[in-house]
Design a protein around this ligand. Structure first.
Ligand SMILES: CC(C)(COP(=O)(O)OP(=O)(O)OC[C@H]1O[C@@H](n2cnc3c(N)ncnc32)[C@H](O)[C@@H]1OP(=O)(O)O)[C@@H](O)C(=O)NCCC(=O)NCCS
Length: 209
């Protein structure tokens, strides 16, 4: 493996970004995934909000997001109502929060700290721009194996308590996020009954008490 290179999205990688996204979210309705339109808008409106990871000429990771205003005391929302068309259309340079619309790491490259670095780069963007923090809706792939015996809230509580691990939420907790709620009908994923977590990371350089 050559040294991994982190850089902003570029339109010429649109097909590869969409293909990686589809490989990483096999159970999610593609209408909710990064599309060619997302790549076009993100690279036009806010290229600095997006990152991709290259191993030589192979795309192995990606993440994106936009600045928006949001009331974090209200976890219930749909992606589209907050971030707009193609998941990025509502980008507002003056928005208070960075909303993460996506993160995906090639299955062959997981467990090597790539998501941690993708979160670090985006937290740095939050700090540099003086934003309140980083928010996102997070998928809960591990809930599929527990939904027969517990509610989504009970599952999330168990992951936060360290009694269960979730392939996605555990990585987000390791990256310093905390859970501010459970979102119903966030996206269409029949394996997890469409639930997601609402995760928040506060900019430590702002006094938000
Ligand atoms: C979630 C995802 C991005 C994690 O990427 P990754 O590069 O493998 O994660 P990292 O190697 O950076 O791991 C970071 C931390 O999360 C933990 N972690 C990662 N995967 C985990 C898993 N399956 N179970 C438990 N913990 C896990 C690691 O142990 C590490 O913790 P540490 O720093 O305390 O050792 C990746 O699994 C993925 O692409 N999943 C599918 C798409 C997805 O769910 N995206 C999130 C959308 S909300």
């Amino acid at each position: 493996m050559s040294e991994l290179v982190y850089r902003n999205w570029a339109p010429e990688y649109a097909d590869e970004l969409v293909a990686l996204e589809h490989r990483c979210f096999p159970n999610v309705d593609p209408d909710y995934l990064v599309s060619l339109g997302t790549v076009r808008l993100q690279t036009e409106l806010f290229p600095e909000g997006s990152f991709m990871v290259m191993d030589g000429d192979r795309l192995v990771g990606m993440a994106a997001g936009v600045f928006v205003d949001y009331d974090i005391t209200e976890p219930q929302h749909s992606l589209e109502e907050v971030v707009g068309s193609h998941g990025v259309g509502n980008h507002d340079a003056d928005g208070d929060w960075y909303y993460g619309i996506d993160i995906a790491v090639d299955p062959d490259y997981r467990g090597r700290g790539i998501s941690k670095e993708l979160y670090r780069l985006r937290k740095q963007l939050v700090i540099e721009n003086g934003k309140k923090g980083f928010i996102a809706g997070g998928v809960l792939p591990g809930f599929a194996d527990h939904k027969a015996t517990m509610s989504a809230q009970e599952y999330v509580d168990a992951v936060v308590a360290g009694e269960l691990t979730d392939p996605t939420l555990s990585a987000q907790l390791a990256a310093g996020f905390h859970v501010a709620g459970v979102i119903a009908d966030y996206l269409v994923d029949p394996t997890t009954d469409n639930y997601a977590s609402f995760i928040v990371w506060f900019n430590p350089e702002l006094d938000q008490t």
